[in-house]
Design a binder for this molecule. Structure first.
Ligand SMILES: Nc1ncnc2c1ncn2[C@@H]1O[C@H](COP(=O)(O)OP(=O)(O)OP(=O)(O)O)[C@@H](O)[C@H]1O
Ligand SMILES: [Mg+2]
Length: 327
């Protein structure tokens, strides 16, 4: 596989308060990566920063390479070509991403005219094809409708159609189904998988729902307090998480089979970005934390092929998972 995008040492601060503290994350062409972590860990900011979409007062540093080419801080003309063309994003709040006073046809056609070499009837035909593709019944007629005339699930589908208009190599789907009920959610995710396979598109799926990530992603990256703390192939991460935080998250999952049990929530809360503990940010909540954990923030280091973890106690924690006594 070839690398599509590589984020290295990405940091973001708002008014001097760091919220991303050196994010390292890479994606292969066609790969589906799940990005998980508690609210406020920096999942959305990572991709907003990578695409140059943060407000001006954000201080951004690091590197984001698309096909080996640096895009962080690239001129806006180049970024306009990347956004919507090479990389499309479905935002957490889809309603705000559609213009309420324009028909869906108008909005889809604008996106198509901007990113594809199409004109006249070809644009309209492609708009219809996209709406059809995302499962909006009677697409030809529905093109004349305004956003408020669609249901929540349909708005989500329209958003996906808009994102696909530029024929992107990478789709960032930020909580694409949070507002939807379980059946519609499953349908939308199935649709995303289908389209992804058909178009050979890579995807970053940002989600609170680990079950959704397990089912839809090849690899998972776990974020905590502005850093990636573990990255691994999905099956390995869910079967054998190494970072104590990943273990906590996965321990909090209800088992798919077997008797129902109480969820084990991780005690404590995500630290306030303005008052980050020195050393490992997870240490104050970590059952395995030792003295060394308070000294320096651990770096993300490889522990096996395609697996990396940022924890000085990784070996101890691995033994704990295997049921052996940690020293
Ligand atoms: N425009 C902004 N100005 C100031 N702080 C911001 C801004 N955007 C995000 N933040 C802060 O950055 C941190 C990371 O936010 P982010 O939206 O990336 O979290 P997230 O992991 O996507 O959470 P969620 O799961 O709730 O969507 C938070 O502490 C948030 O308050
Ligand atoms: Mg978010």
């Amino acid at each position: 596989m070839t690398q599509l995008i590589a984020i290295a040492g990405l940091s973001v601060a708002f008014s001097g308060v760091p919220v991303l503290r050196g994010v390292d994350l890479a994606l292969q062409k066609g790969e589906a990566l799940g990005l998980v972590g508690e609210s406020g860990s920096g999942k959305s900011v990572t991709w907003l920063a990578a695409l140059g979409l943060l407000p001006r007062h954000a201080q951004v540093a690091g590197s984001v390479r698309l096909d080996g080419r640096e895009i962080l801080g690239a001129p806006s003309a180049e970024l306009d070509h990347v956004r919507g063309g090479r990389i499309a994003m479905i935002f957490q709040d889809p309603a705000s991403a559609l213009n309420p006073v324009l028909t869906i046809r108008k909005q889809l056609c604008e996106a198509l005219a901007l990113h594809r070499d199409l004109s006249g009837e070809a644009v309209k035909a492609e708009a219809r094809r996209l709406l059809d593709l995302v499962g909006i019944p009677d697409a030809a007629r529905r093109l004349s409708a305004y956003p408020h005339e669609f249901s929540g699930g349909q708005v989500q589908r329209v958003m996906i159609a808009m994102a696909l208009a530029g024929n992107p190599d990478l789709l960032i789907a930020d909580e694409p189904t949070t507002a939807l009920d379980a059946t519609i959610q499953a349908q939308i995710l199935e649709l995303l998988s289908l389209v992804r396979r058909e178009m050979g598109m890579a995807m970053v799926l940002i989600s609170h729902d680990l079950g959704v990530v397990a089912e839809n992603c090849d690899r998972v990256a776990v974020m905590y307090a502005g850093r990636i703390v573990e990255a691994a192939p999905s099956n390995q991460l869910f079967a054998d998480p190494v970072h104590p935080y990943a273990q906590g998250l996965i321990g909090a999952l209800p088992p798919l089979d077997g008797p129902r049990r109480r969820l084990t929530a991780i005690p404590g809360t995500v630290p306030d970005p303005a008052h980050m503990p020195s050393g490992c940010a997870y240490a104050p909540r970590c059952a395995l934390a030792g003295e060394s954990c308070g000294l320096a923030a651990p770096t993300l280091a490889p522990i096996a092929d395609d697996r990396s973890v940022a924890c000085v106690r990784a070996e101890a924690s691995r033994r704990a998972v295997l049921g052996m006594a940690a020293e």
